[in-house]
Design a protein around this ligand. Structure first.
Ligand code: HEC
Ligand code: HEC
Length: 236
């Protein structure tokens, strides 16, 4: 009951924000590696305790869950995400670098603009401190499919120039710096964002450092990779 009330309040304030915002896309220049590194280094130091306050006071928890593990198939999980990646996403939403042409993404464009750099650094430090688990609602993974995807993840596919996902995202899907953790990610979000990279709606990655690997994946592979990573936890 309480949860439902909080959610209703969150949705109401989000739609107020939505009405207040502008819908035209700002024109931020794409990041260079150097520019991004400088920006991240210039951010204030994050404090996870204040970050938890941001997470609850700004009602991030209504969609992303109490500790950043999304209870819903609609929203991304943020627990265990490296702080640099969260910072980059919030800046990208603010500047319109991350601007996907569907409603879910634009909710974040509006919300990100309510935060200053200190709050972004704090909330990022809070998520980084939360344990990375397999997603609690993940399906049991089919063994044959798991073995196939494990091969793509660890060995890649030379014939399609697909570099092993694990070489960037880590052996346990734990991420590193601006490379996001994938372990425990919500499968619907995973699929949506992979397709957005494929369709070039999501183009905030530096030098197409991620999207280039999506073009030759089939829909079935993307769906299988989503299930694979949703079930992957630190313990495995
Ligand atoms: C109304 C629901 C809602 C609220 C409230 C909300 N978010 Fe989100 N958030 C989303 C959705 C939906 C996405 C995924 C968008 C997509 O599919 O492209 C997302 C994505 C994100 C991402 C990117 C995740 C990734 O893996 O790339 C970050 C970071 C984030 N949100 C942080 C926050 C923070 C911090 C707050 C509070 C200040 C917040 N969100 C509040 C719905 C919400
Ligand atoms: C060369 C390094 C590299 C490789 C290889 C790579 N990725 Fe990524 N990936 C990244 C980076 C960097 C990002 C974040 C880009 C951005 O800023 O939007 C990312 C983002 C993602 C995201 C979005 C996560 C989120 O929370 O929104 C998914 C999903 C993903 N990668 C899956 C994969 C899969 C599956 C593979 C293997 C087929 C793979 N990646 C291979 C570097 C890589």
């Amino acid at each position: 009951m309480l949860r439902k009330t909080i959610l209703t309040i969150a949705m109401a304030s989000v739609s107020t924000l939505a009405l207040a915002g502008h819908d035209s896309k700002p024109t931020a220049n794409p990041w260079t590696n150097f520019g991004l590194e400088n920006k991240i280094q210039s951010m204030p130091k994050g404090d996870p305790i204040r970050g938890e306050e941001v997470h609850t006071q700004m009602m991030c928890n209504a969609c992303h869950g109490e500790k950043g593990e999304s209870p819903s198939r609609n929203y991304a999980s943020l627990n265990g995400q490296p702080s640099e990646y969260t910072i980059k996403m919030m800046l990208d939403y603010q500047d319109g670098r991350r601007w996907e042409d569907y409603k879910q993404a634009n909710v974040m464009v509006k919300i990100s603009r309510a935060l200053d750099e200190q709050q972004i650094a704090d909330v990022a430090a809070f998520y980084a401190q939360q344990p990375l688990n397999s997603w609690s609602y993940a399906k049991e993974v089919d063994q044959e499919m798991f073995a196939k995807m494990d091969r793509v993840v660890r060995k890649g596919d030379v014939s399609r120039m697909i570099v092993p996902c694990a070489s960037c995202h880590g052996a346990k899907g734990e991420g590193n710096g601006i490379v996001p953790a994938l372990a425990g990610q919500v499968p619907e979000y995973f699929i949506r964002t992979m397709k957005a990279y494929q369709g070039k709606h999501r183009n905030n990655d530096v030098n197409e450092g991620m999207s280039q690997f999506t073009h030759k994946l089939t829909d079935a592979e993307i769906e299988a990779l989503a299930e694979y990573y949703a079930a992957l936890g630190q313990a495995q």
